[in-house]
Design a protein around this ligand. Sequence first.
Ligand SMILES: [Ca+2]
Length: 210
Amino acid sequence: MCYFEPIIQNVVVVRRFMAEQKMSLEKILFGVAAIATLGFFMLALWSPESLAPNPDWDVSDGCLGGQTDHDNDDGDVGIKYHYHPRLRVIVDGEDLQIPSNTGIDQNGCKGGMRWIHVHSSGVANNQAFTTIHIETPSDMNVPVGSFFKVWGREGTPSLTDDNKFDINGNGISDWDEYDISMTVSGNENTLFESYVMEDRQDIQITFNKK
Ligand SMILES: [Ca+2]
């Protein structure tokens, strides 16, 4: 018998043990990853809202000191993100006009524009949707309600202090006064005020008095 044989046998046993342990660990890790992936998809299917980004509500306070030239290259005035969702608001069956220049030269941002603003009213130009201009210095989650906040500084509609629609500007949440529904590019959406807008989406909100 070789002098080293017991040692070699021990090494082989230890290696086999370690290999088995490694296989077990890999199986456990694979199992955990599979369960996590399955859980993610089930959550996405059952409750897509829970995966939605958190709105940056302060974005409605943002003010651009000067006008941009809308060539999607406004880095010279500190704007890195510039995109255009479209908004339509229907109250009791009638299109509500979103006025031209909403958010431009308003109190608190004289001579400039809010990061969320309107140049041309859709309804005033016989178009259902009004283009919303979102121009921010960083990647922000701009919710639908933040435009209502900007809008509210010029009268009504507005947003209540707890970020609920206030289409008639009476300080009472419209959820107590109206049946409200919302679609984003034709698909029903239940995030309402908190929905984070994206480029070229058609966002339609319908209010019907209860
Ligand atoms: Ca109200």
